[in-house]
Design a protein around this ligand. Structure first.
Ligand SMILES: Cc1ncc(COP(=O)(O)O)c(C=O)c1O
Length: 376
């Protein structure tokens, strides 16, 4: 989600009169704030903040990543623009051919590069809200139109609506599975119906490790399927920015041609290699998050004014009932507990709460219990 900031029309005078007016009129993407900024704003020390608003990994990176970064001798040398070593390692991890892989500055960059390759002004992109705000943002930055196929009340895809948009000539569809912020996954049968239209279908699997399922194996059967993945969530590398895409080989080659040559820095590359070598430990962190997700869902469901939706990702979507969700978010924030608030169609009055460590859930529940008694 995101892309909800108010449209702030820049004056199109001075040099900006020469800028793309559609970009100036576009709402900006609303990112989450980093810890140091929050700590200063709230007057709470960083270590007292329970940050459950960015779907980050509370266990952080592997200690092997920290060692690899401390040891790395070549920060003064440009990275490999072909990204050979990381592509090989990632291909081994996901069971794809290295020719299919492109890496970048977070999976956001791969979504952007996909837009750059396929979209010209006036093209149409299918989006299934409520979903991750970057899809609409990417479409608009390339001057494309967004054809919306809103999800059903239970957040399942409206495949008929998406198919209608694809049949009327959309070039690209973005789809996240598990979906942010609703936490549900798309089925293989649904995806195959979408793929049958021949448009490029991007399945964003930022949270795939928490769902323990992936469509990467399907990329060998479908030459219009693109899968975007990241090290931000399961491997705790959100701040380093390390993502990748699994493309049909010819598309991967085209994307490598149009990307900036050094789009993944040497630190991120070293971190990815070390993370993949410490996969077993990182997978244990994923298991802890998945088991905490279950405990957190059960605990939150005891609050009669919260409706907790099932989730396959590292966050839970909760609908606040009989109280103002924005007010609940603000009261949590005063107590140093940060969660994300949504108020767009389909997710009105909802909070998205990342799964933290058990002690984070305890702080959250304690705060919610206090707030529940105070806010009506
Ligand atoms: C669905 C989805 N895709 C992609 C991303 C961005 O991932 P990255 O950090 O790799 O850019 C996020 C981040 O929250 C996300 O929720």
């Amino acid at each position: 989600m995101g892309a909800v900031a108010k449209v702030d029309m820049a004056p199109n005078e001075g040099l900006l009169r020469l800028a793309r007016q559609d970009l100036l009129a576009m709402p900006g993407y609303e990112p989450v704030e980093p810890l140091d900024v929050l700590a200063r704003r709230l007057g709470i020390p960083e270590e007292r903040i329970v940050k459950l608003d960015g779907n980050e990994n509370p266990y952080g990176p592997s200690p092997k990543v920290r060692e690899a970064l401390a040891r790395f001798p070549y920060y003064h040398i440009y990275p490999d623009p072909e990204q050979g070593q990381v592509r090989d390692a990632i291909a081994g991890y996901v069971g794809a051919d290295p020719e299919q892989i492109v890496v970048g500055n977070g999976s956001d960059e791969l979504l952007d590069l996909t837009g750059r390759l396929f979209l010209s002004p006036g093209d149409s992109v299918v989006n299934a809200p409520p979903t991750f705000g970057i899809y609409e943002f990417v479409a608009r930055t390339y001057g494309a139109e967004v054809a919306e196929a809103p999800r059903r009340e239970d957040f399942a895809l409206d495949v008929d609506a998406a198919e209608r948009a694809l049949a009327s000539g959309a070039k690209l569809m973005f789809l996240s599975s598990p979906n942010n912020p609703t936490g549900n996954v798309v089925s293989r049968a649904e995806l195959e119906r979408l793929l049958a239209h021949g448009a490029a279908v991007v399945v964003d699997e930022a949270y795939a490790e928490f769902a323990a399922e992936s469509f990467v194996p399907l990329t060998v059967e479908h030459d219009n399927l693109i899968v975007a993945r990241t090290f931000s969530k399961w491997a705790g590398l959100a701040g380093l920015r390390a993502g990748y895409g699994v493309f049909p080989p010819a598309v991967a080659e085209a994307i490598r041609k149009i990307k900036m040559p050094y789009n993944m820095n040497v630190a991120a590359q070293a971190a990815v290699l070390a993370a993949l070598e410490d996969r077993t430990a990182l997978t244990e962190n994923v298991s802890m998050i998945v088991s905490e997700r279950g405990r957190m869902a059960k605990t939150l469901a005891r609050l009669p004014w919260l409706r907790v939706y099932p989730s396959r990702a590292n966050f839970l979507l909760c609908q606040v009932q009989g109280r103002q969700a924005r007010e609940v978010q603000a009261r949590l924030r005063e107590r140093g507990v940060l969660v994300r608030h949504f108020d767009s169609p389909g997710v009105r009055g909802c909070l998205r709460i990342s799964v933290g460590r058990p002690q984070d859930t305890d702080r959250l529940v304690e705060a919610l219990t206090e707030i529940g008694a105070a806010v009506v």
